[in-house]
Design a protein around this ligand. Structure first.
Ligand code: COA
Length: 253
């Protein structure tokens, strides 16, 4: 099983569980997460959602073999269904970043309401090094959060950063010891059991209102470029290099 779901004490947990591949997300996993978010959004027993990974790894991002073999083909692809389900969720979403969060592992955090990061976690959005471009509205939200010059470090150079920097630039709430991050995130999620759900959901919609349409538009514009870039010789070189465990050679482009 690669996505585990469970609802306990008002909290729907979505656990990414493919540790042998560093929790890389396949099409089936995106679809399972989209379905789980949609189900939790409408289930009256659920007051909040919790997204988490495995010890030492949150997710290494999109499965690179899927990028090569089954590239995105339109807005109905499972990755976009996941993005749209997360954006449409009007219940609080809490992320427990249990370890490395690469690519969509970081960009999904931009759309969670609370983010707690393990002190061992590294975050990164290395799209350009893979011959790709930013996704999940990161081209819009990252500069808004941290300003253009730091966004360029993270999105053009793909520089990794730790939990403390994620807190400083407004991506995360707090850094916690690795052994405590999931429990802490769950406790925050459970606090919504004591709050009026209608007011919480209306408030979340208001908090997101100004950005909601712009984020959907950014996802669509980025998605078109991303899908084209997936088929580019630059991306093919980057993907082959990853599986051959060598540095990519972009000197010929
Ligand atoms: N897609 C497909 N397979 C992946 C993967 C991904 N995103 N990330 C890791 N894996 C696989 C590796 O190929 C390896 O498989 P193998 O055991 O069959 O050789 C296994 O998971 C373990 O990965 P490995 O790289 O050996 O682990 P590590 O601890 O040295 O490094 C990471 C962990 C996450 C830093 C590293 O795997 C990584 O950089 N992954 C790719 C991240 C990325 O670029 N994601 C796409 C963002 S758009």
């Amino acid at each position: 099983m690669t996505i585990k779901t469970a609802t306990l004490n008002g909290v729907a947990t979505i656990e990414i569980a493919r540790p042998e591949k560093k929790n890389a997300l396949t099409l089936a996993m995106y679809r399972a997460m989209a379905d789980a978010i949609a189900a939790a959004t409408t289930d009256p027993a659920v007051r909040a959602l919790l997204i988490t990974g495995q010890p030492g790894i949150f997710t290494s991002g999109n499965d690179i073999e899927d990028f090569m073999q089954r590239p995105i083909d339109g807005m109905e692809s499972p990755a976009f269904l996941f993005m749209k389900a997360l954006l449409a969720c009007d219940k609080p979403v809490v992320a427990a970043v249990t370890g490395a969060a690469i690519g969509v592992g970081t960009t999904m955090l931009l759309h969670c309401d609370f983010v707690y990061v393990s002190d061992e976690a590294r975050l990164a959005m290395p799209f350009v090094s893979l011959g790709l471009v930013p996704e999940f509205a990161s081209s819009l939200v990252v500069p808004q959060l941290m300003g253009n010059v730091r966004a360029a470090e993270k999105l053009l150079l793909g520089e990794p950063f730790n939990g403390a920097e994620a807190v400083e630039c407004g991506i995360a709430n707090a850094v916690l010891p690795a052994g405590e991050v999931v429990l802490h995130a769950r406790r925050v999620a459970e606090r919504f059991n004591a709050l009026p759900p209608g007011a919480v959901q209306e408030s979340k919609r208001l908090l997101r209102r100004a950005r909601a349409q712009a984020a959907l538009e950014a996802i669509a514009v980025e998605g078109e470029v991303f899908a084209r870039r997936l088929r580019s010789p630059e991306a093919q070189e980057a993907f082959s290099a990853f599986f051959q465990k060598r540095k990519p050679d972009f000197s010929k482009f």
